[in-house]
Design a protein around this ligand. Structure first.
Ligand code: HEM
Length: 301
């Protein structure tokens, strides 16, 4: 092929091979200093030629315009793959090339036609990868795409690195009582948390699994009208009912799953626990928590 005559003897640098071959396809362009035309010609190179050039390269995606329009960014100039292939680098062999080819290469390297991918690959040989940038304004992927690389999406919060802990949280200490944060101090009016260590197999997830798969009514098949005196009969650890917001629940199976401990929950066994419940954790959705353990509604005597 005509490209062989433009290559320096013994020169196998894929970078120069592609570029020079691009010129060779349109022979009349060989003296054209317009780099844009040269790269366009390379894009139009016959497929078989391009495949030969790409032999041994990782990226075989023909649809990638960057690959076709610019000297290959992959394998990158300092990659192990490229080094193991052992083609001599362009800088080390430039002195042995014919002066016209060397000058042409030089002109391309000095001003590639708006080829950000080529510039990135060239820079990669000289310096470590840049630190992650912010994707402020939703345009975070733009620079990465232009550089021909993939980036982890970052949050455009306007400060700090993409995956770093938001600066606002660094000043916070753990909530009192959480994770054994003994050094945590309580603000005035703040209550100390009283969560207990649950036994193995008694996590909230275990409870969710149990209550969704098992009948927890303790033998009750139909919802009952429960009077306070009836409720009072179920006040033991093995048979505990309690009323919350007008509904009566069999809390016996939930005792060992209660994050606040069995004893606290047992305080309301056999009676209306609405007030204590609301005082302790009004945010807990009791219906979602133990709906399958509901045995009836609370009625007056
Ligand atoms: C069937 C009724 C109840 C259910 C479903 C229930 C459920 C829960 C849940 C889900 C939590 C964890 C809350 C969180 O992490 O924010 C919790 C914590 C707690 N519960 Fe209950 N609870 C019930 C009744 C009660 C009652 C009647 C009392 C008090 C006598 C009580 C005292 C506590 C306490 C002290 C905590 C720890 C709160 C903390 O410091 O984080 N609970 N409960």
């Amino acid at each position: 092929m005509a490209s062989a005559s433009l290559l320096a003897p013994g020169r196998h640098d894929p970078l120069s091979t592609i570029t020079l071959d691009g010129i060779s396809i349109s022979a009349t362009d060989s003296g054209d200093s317009d780099a844009d035309d040269s790269f366009h010609d390379a894009e139009d190179a016959p497929r078989s030629t391009k495949e030969q050039q790409r032999a041994g390269q990782v990226d075989n995606d023909d649809d990638d315009d960057d690959d076709d329009d610019a000297p290959p960014a992959f394998p990158s100039l300092n990659s192990a793959q490229r080094q193991s292939g052992a083609p001599p680098s362009s800088s080390s062999s430039s002195s042995s090339k014919p002066s016209s080819a060397a000058a042409f290469l030089q002109s391309i390297k000095a001003a590639p036609p708006s080829s950000a991918a080529y510039k990135a690959s060239k820079d990669a040989a000289l310096m470590p990868p840049p630190p992650p940038t912010l994707g402020g304004g939703g345009g975070g992927g733009g620079a990465a795409a232009a550089a021909g690389g993939l980036r982890v999406p970052t949050r455009g919060n306007g400060s700090g690195g993409g995956l770093a802990v938001p600066p606002s949280t660094s000043a916070l200490s753990a909530p009192p009582g959480v994770g054994g944060a003994s050094g945590a101090t309580l603000n005035k009016g703040e209550k100390k948390r009283k969560k207990v260590a649950l036994a193995p197999g008694c996590s909230p997830l275990d409870w969710a699994r149990l209550k969704n798969s098992t009948d927890l009514r303790g033998g009750i098949t139909q919802l009952m009208r429960v009077t306070p005196s009836e409720l009072k009969k179920h006040n033991t650890r093995t048979d505990a009912w309690s009323a919350f917001y007008g509904k009566v629940y069999n809390i016996t199976p939930y005792l060992r799953f209660h994050p606040g401990g069995e004893d606290d929950l047992l305080r309301v066994a056999g009676r209306d626990g609405t007030r204590l419940f609301a005082l302790t954790h009004s945010w807990v959705n009791i219906d979602a928590m133990i709906d399958t353990a509901m045995v009836g509604v609370l009625v007056s005597e």
